[in-house]
Design a protein around this ligand. Structure first.
Ligand SMILES: NC(=O)c1ccc[n+]([C@@H]2O[C@H](COP(=O)([O-])OP(=O)(O)OC[C@H]3O[C@@H](n4cnc5c(N)ncnc54)[C@H](OP(=O)(O)O)[C@@H]3O)[C@@H](O)[C@H]2O)c1
Length: 359
């Protein structure tokens, strides 16, 4: 039995056992090559559902920084075989296997990042879509029913495709039971990428004040339009922690969505208020630096590592998105044939929110 089958009984086996003559169009990334050469069109057998599995006709997918790293051979988990990329996608259920209780044909759904971390705290490194498991950049996919959620009715497939990684990560960072954002808190979102823009929207919905940083005044204007109370251009104000201190009257913020990592952690620790939490999410400002943890310690602050989130978190987030009629920020949309252009757009940083590929 392969590691994949052990991790997710039935997943890989089903894909092989139900291979039919019919095929679906997919993209694959190949080990050892870089885009655009690394991203190749291919045909795969039309997926059929095994017990407790559903087939999803994918309508839209979205890209995360992780997908750029995977395609460039920079991700922590290396590719070992041609793999369908992208953890994020939404579509309709077209078939259900024996014993499926959560879904029926026609349901509008999205896959979850981890297959399957259903609920509770993380207990192991669950396999994720895009690597090591085949992902969503395909006309049809088959997933375990516990790794699928219904999407809010008011969202298009393009909007819903942005939720599984960036949305759930921001939700986990801000709404995890022990460290939930309260009305009146101040939240600092670094940059205007996918995770930070979801963080902005969730924090505003929760009644918090939000400070957003960006390298671009134009993007900051957009963030202000989405409800950011204060904005800081981190290129013009490289010591942005001082501006955060000024804006908060020296008190600091209660929550930080830390997408910079080692390269920005020291400034985040300086920006934090007493008893606050830094949610460690990304590493866009570099993966190595000399960190001074003393300010965090002196403030009784908390540094919490985030690994996307569970199916239960995804469902709780969707409920909040529906009640608050939140619309994810779709920065750019590409069609299936333009997948390589979508990857290039992600790498350029020339977008706010999410880059989407329709299928
Ligand atoms: N741990 C997890 O579970 C998890 C989940 C999702 C993502 N991540 C990680 O979190 C990070 C962000 O992901 P994403 O999907 O939101 O990325 P993204 O959509 O590609 O957003 C990138 C944005 O981050 C901002 N940025 C880049 N370098 C920065 C720096 N030095 N300081 C402040 N902001 C900077 C830029 O904003 P401006 O253009 O406005 O300057 C850029 O547009 C990545 O490292 C990703 O791998 C981790």
């Amino acid at each position: 039995m392969s590691a994949l089958e052990k991790a997710l009984p039935g997943f890989a086996k089903t894909a092989r056992a139900h291979a039919t003559l019919a095929t679906v169009q997919v993209y694959e990334v190949h080990p050892g090559s870089t885009p655009p050469g690394g991203l190749r069109r291919a045909a795969r057998p039309d997926p059929q559902p095994g017990p407790h599995e559903v087939v999803i006709r994918v309508r839209a997918t979205s890209l995360n920084y992780r997908d750029h790293m995977i395609a460039n051979g920079q991700y922590f988990t290396p590719l070992t075989r041609p793999t369908i990329p992208l953890s994020d996608g939404a579509g309709e259920v077209t078939a259900v296997g024996a014993g499926v209780t959560r879904f029926q044909k026609g349901d509008r759904v999205a896959g979850t990042f981890f297959q399957v971390w259903f609920d509770g705290p993380p207990s192991r490194r669950h396999p994720a879509l895009g690597v090591p498991l085949d992902g969503m950049l395909a006309e049809s996919v088959v997933l375990h029913e516990q790794g699928v959620v219904r999407i809010p009715d008011h969202l298009s497939f393009e909007e819903a495709a942005t939720l599984p990684c960036a949305g759930v990560t921001a939700w986990n960072a801000l709404m995890f039971s022990g460290a939930r954002v309260k009305p009146g808190d101040t939240v600092l979102c670094l940059g205007t990428g996918g995770v930070s823009m979801f963080g902005l929207q969730f924090a505003v919905a929760a009644g918090a004040r939000v400070i957003v940083t960006s390298s671009s005044d134009e993007k900051l204007e957009l963030a202000a339009g989405l409800g950011a109370s204060n904005v800081i251009n981190y290129k013009r104000t490289p010591e942005w922690e001082k501006e955060v201190a000024r804006l908060t009257g020296g008190r600091g913020v209660e929550h930080i969505l830390e997408i910079g990592g080692a390269g920005s952690l020291n400034r985040s620790f300086e920006s934090l208020g007493f008893g606050g939490q830094v949610a460690l999410i990304g590493f866009l400002a570099g993966q190595a630096a000399t960190i001074n943890p003393i300010p965090l310690m002196m403030k009784g602050g908390c540094l919490r590592g985030i690994g996307v989130g569970s199916t239960a978190m995804f469902e709780a987030m969707n409920q909040a998105i529906a009640v608050n009629q939140i619309k994810p920020i779709v920065g750019k949309v590409f069609c299936f044939e333009q997948a390589a252009e979508a990857y290039a757009c992600l790498a350029s940083g020339d977008f706010v929110g999410k880059v989407v590929i329709t299928v």
